[in-house]
Design a binder for this molecule. Structure first.
Ligand code: SAH
Length: 465
């Protein structure tokens, strides 16, 4: 398979923005966009599918690439399907909604191959890459809606920004959200509107409510709401909480997170409790997990079971093993394996999540698991210095992947059983270049945690070479 890097050598194309040109789509890129070549120059074109023939219209032209949009569809892919969300082409999270689901699953496996082709870790062309494990119904799966709140045409709107902008698209319905999150979100929008609570205004940096996060515990139906605000104040708080108690009995935890000003981050450092409990409880496998507002949880509960089953299967731990659960969140992976091993030690950078992880150990009667606050880069060398013998390790990093120094430490720790759970095939392929100095890739198992998007999760079983 060719990657697009191979083909961008001669690219002296003079073209102005707005120029129309014929384009045949060859493949789908890592962001879900169509990729074609115009006079050997790479063209990125969102919402276009392989084998489609379009008249493209240039939207950006640089020395290295052209970005374009579809002006006219000339020949449609047989795998194109109607989208359920009218705004699917406008906001992130729906990049592949126009592609049939079996083809989405195939694309995700191809994406793993594309990434390996790019970084070429040792032996990559012989890796066993399994078929992507998908959902029977790839909709209504998300347990969390984190929507921006703004005023549009004099009314409160809740939704997502168009990519690269702060133009909000109001999402009244959303095919990938669980109905429970959308019901609460739309009810809150109505309450804010009725009570005339000030909504954040970006330009003036005034107003209060910036973002609302609604997260549902699938097992119990309990919902946690977090208002992310531009100030510690929340005008009409009492009225708002009273209406929520009256109209939204499923909301069992209400929090406020304060994030002043225009910074790029959604969450601020300070979280305060407004009503109900400070956390909600989710069941995963046989265990109960307390979940604070700031803590990460996989956002597709049904596929989380699949992902964790694959992780366990790949790790094959036993009663003599010391297991490291790195990038632990609230301890879901390590605690699920605690009864099968001698001990679990884990780390995670968000303090509230670590509190949850240790609380969750106790909640489930687990006394051989301990979690610490800190980065994997700090904590793993410290443990090794203290003489920890690591038999098994699972790493589940964010999209940035593993830090180079951390990988050196992992190679020093030399766990016999090693599983890498990745949410980004690109950084995974990059990291495998280093990790395959010591390990072979036994297999890679893609799991679809986010249908309708180009995002892909992969469980990699590594064995010492
Ligand atoms: N294994 C968990 C969480 C995975 S998400 C689960 O399945 O739910 C990745 C987690 O890594 C997040 O909770 C994030 O807060 C944490 N994290 C990010 N950078 C980190 C670092 N450098 N060291 C340790 N944890 C980190």
């Amino acid at each position: 398979m060719k990657t697009y890097n191979d083909r961008t050598k001669s690219n002296a194309v003079n073209m102005e923005v707005g120029t129309r040109f014929p384009l045949t789509i060859k493949q789908i890129g890592i962001n879900g966009e169509g990729i074609g070549y115009y006079k050997h120059k790479i063209v990125f074109i969102p919402n276009a599918l392989p084998e489609e023939l379009v008249t493209a219209e240039a939207t950006e032209v640089t020395d290295r690439y052209i970005r374009a949009k579809i002006h006219t569809m000339r020949r449609e892919s047989q795998h194109r399907v109607p989208t359920r969300d009218s705004y699917a082409e406008e906001v992130g999270g729906f990049e592949l909604e126009h592609l049939s689901y079996p083809q989405q699953l195939k694309f995700k496996r191809d994406l793993v191959m594309q990434s390996l082709e790019k970084f070429k870790p040792r032996g990559y062309n012989k890796y066993q890459i399994r078929a992507t494990l998908g959902m029977e119904n790839p909709y209504e799966y998300r347990n969390k809606a984190q929507f921006q709140i703004r005023i549009i045409d004099g009314h409160v709107a809740a939704g997502l920004f168009k990519p690269g902008s702060h133009d909000l698209v109001d999402l009244e319905e959303c095919s990938v959200q669980m109905p429970a999150t959308m019901k609460v979100m739309r009810a809150l929008v109505q309450m804010i509107e009725d009570l005339e609570i000030p909504v954040y205004d970006e330009e003036a940096n005034s107003g209060i409510i910036k973002t609302i996060a609604v997260r549902v515990a699938n097992e119990t139906g309990n919902v946690q709401v977090t208002f992310i605000t531009n100030s510690p104040k929340l005008p009409k708080k009492r009225d708002l909480l009273a209406r929520m108690a009256e109209e939204l009995p499923e909301v069992t935890s209400v929090m406020q997170n304060i994030n002043k000003g225009k910074g790029p981050l959604i969450w601020g450092d300070e979280t305060v409790h407004l009503a109900g409990s400070t956390a909600i409880t989710e069941k995963i496998g046989d265990l109960q997990f307390r979940l604070s507002a700031r803590a990460f949880l996989q956002l597709n509960p049904q596929q989380t079971d699949v992902l964790y089953a694959e992780t366990k299967h790949a790790l094959r731990v036993n009663k003599h093993d010391t297991l490291v659960d790195a990038y632990a969140g609230i301890g879901t992976i390590g605690l699920s394996l605690a009864t099968k091993v001698k001990q679990v030690v884990g780390m995670e950078v968000i303090e509230d999540a670590v509190k949850d992880a240790n609380f969750n150990a106790a909640l489930n009667g687990i006394d051989n698991a301990q979690y610490e606050v800190g980065t994997a880069e700090e904590i793993i060398p410290k443990w090794l210095e203290q003489g920890l013998q690591v038999d098994a390790m699972v790493v589940d990093p964010p999209r940035a992947g593993l830090d180079e120094k951390l990988m050196e430490q992992i190679l020093l720790a030399d766990p016999e059983k090693f599983v890498y759970v990745s949410c980004n095939p690109s950084t995974l392929a990059r990291d495998l270049v280093t990790l395959t100095e010591r390990y072979n890739v036994e297999y890679m198992q893609p799991v679809d945690m986010m249908p309708q998007t180009p995002k892909c999760e992969v469980v990699v079983k590594l064995v010492r070479n």
